[in-house]
Design a protein around this ligand. Structure first.
Ligand code: C2E
Ligand code: MG
Ligand code: MG
Ligand code: MG
Length: 284
């Protein structure tokens, strides 16, 4: 009968929710352990200037070297870090680690101070009352020129207190730090917000790049984002560029910079250093 099957459905629903909740808790505990055991790593992915082909920056990307499952992408666990608040600790670690790596490359003269280091900042991390001081401290500790740091934020940042967000961003901008709007076009923010936020860069989300050459509406979105960036005086970076045809299209639209497997995958510092050294060889 309908009533019985309804009840069964609800029970099934319950048990699957319970399952999900306990899975989540298990993952949260594992992540806590991972943090204390130092199982997190930072990878670096090159950002390439569309015109010169030079590597002009890198995005630092979190990885979890899971003891049995191997390297894990943050796509699998970043939401748990965020919901549990662990992102504050992990995010602080990422910032320190990234600045330290960049300072090292600078000291080795593998990069110069025009290179930009991009670090992803979760909204929750940005909301910390002492976030500006934390960033400043980290830059100073590593003697990193402030202009080298670019913070990648997402559109979700405008959901709470836009005035406070703008004020904080401006304080960081005054220090020399710049901002990129990550995954642009996938969030909820309106163009009014974009106009108010002191960002320097728009990153076209990889979901638009993926089908740029086969799906006319994705191509149109890219065209519109690049035009928007140009008219607002922002730099436009495309992410997820895997194929030459995608790059050709982006180039034809006037996109400034790209990031993607076509040029290089995210890799550990040692391999990234080798890539930079090799790139410098082929250029000179
Ligand atoms: P994101 O910031 O948009 O980073 C770009 C993602 O695209 C990275 O995934 C990168 O590995 C991937 N990618 C780059 N080029 C290509 C390509 O050509 N093809 C494909 N299919 N993918 C490409 P990843 O490293 O798995 O990171 C996923 C997301 O996790 C990031 O997206 C970011 O939102 C978040 N994340 C990563 N590291 C951190 C971190 O340190 N802190 C915070 N808060 N979030 C992070
Ligand atoms: Mg990013
Ligand atoms: Mg992105
Ligand atoms: Mg993304």
């Amino acid at each position: 009968r309908a009533k019985d099957s309804g009840r069964n459905t609800i029970q099934l629903f319950h048990s699957s929710m319970q399952h999900a909740a306990s899975e989540r808790l298990r993952l949260e505990n594992e992540l806590r352990t991972a943090l204390s055991r130092g199982e997190f790593e930072l990878y670096f992915q090159a950002q390439v200037d569309a015109r010169s082909g030079h590597v002009i920056g890198a995005e630092a990307l979190l990885r979890w070297a899971h003891p049995t499952l191997g390297e894990q992408s943050p796509a699998l666990f970043i939401h748990v870090l965020e919901e549990s608040g662990l992102i504050l600790e992990v995010g602080a670690w990422v910032l320190v680690e990234a600045c330290h790596a960049c300072a090292q490359l600078l000291e080795e003269r593998i990069i110069d101070e025009h290179f930009s280091l991009c670090v992803n900042i979760s909204t929750r991390q940005f909301r910390q009352s002492d976030f500006v001081e934390r960033v400043e401290h980290c830059l100073r500790n590593n003697r990193l020129p402030h202009g080298m740091l670019k913070l990648e934020i997402t559109e979700g940042i405008v959901i709470q207190d836009i005035d406070d967000t703008i004020a904080k961003m401006n304080r960081l901008r005054q220090l020399g730090v710049s901002f990129a709007m990550d995954d642009f076009g996938t969030g909820y923010s309106s163009l009014t917000y974009l106009k108010r936020l002191p960002v320097n860069v728009l990153k076209i989300d990889q979901s638009f790049v993926r089908d740029a050459t086969s799906n006319p509406s994705d191509a149109e979105i890219i065209r519109a984002v690049v035009a928007l960036g140009l008219s607002l005086g922002l730099e436009v970076i495309a992410e997820g560029v895997e194929q030459q045809s995608q790059l050709d299209f982006l180039q034809s639209q006037g996109c400034h910079c790209y990031q993607g497997y076509l040029f290089s995958r995210p890799q550990p510092l040692q391999a990234f250093r080798a890539l930079l050294a090799h790139a410098a060889d082929t250029v000179s």
